[in-house]
Design a protein around this ligand. Sequence first.
Ligand code: HEM
Length: 146
Amino acid sequence: MVPAYYDNRHIRRLLKGNTVTTVLPLITEVFVLVHLTGMAILVGAFIINMRAKSNFPFTLMVWGAAIQLFTGTILVGLAYMSDDAPDNLKITIKTLLATGALIAAILGAKRQSHGESKLQPFFHTAGGFAVINLIIAVLWNAELYV
Ligand code: HEM
């Protein structure tokens, strides 16, 4: 039984056809594309600079984490619109980790711009949270454990 708040049958009926069901997957795939690009920026910036001791790519990581939060939230909305409810616990954990990564990257960027040192913990928190999120995104998958 589909909960009323994400039942889009009335929208489909209103549009007198399959418009919603054919357009939504396309929009979803475009957001998945941007979501994966944001992931590549965030995780890539971390892995490439993992051994760095200074000049951390915080600005890139702020952009990456912000893209992940924005596109991820849109993807959740699109999933509900497609009658395909996401795992709320997984989404909550991903949101907390992505927010943590964004905050760590913003704090690191501010401190780096003021010429402060000892910024490795900020860099590793932002990058570590992103990598954990990547692992959760791929391995926390109901289809893998049936
Ligand atoms: C650092 C942060 C994040 C990383 C690295 C990340 C990574 C990924 C990856 C790799 C996928 C594709 C998984 C697959 O198809 O097997 C994915 C999908 C998804 N992510 Fe994220 N994500 C992040 C943050 C978020 C946030 C904050 C949200 C929600 C607010 C979110 C919501 C989703 C949703 C709904 C999908 C499923 C898309 C679909 O296949 O229909 N993600 N994420």
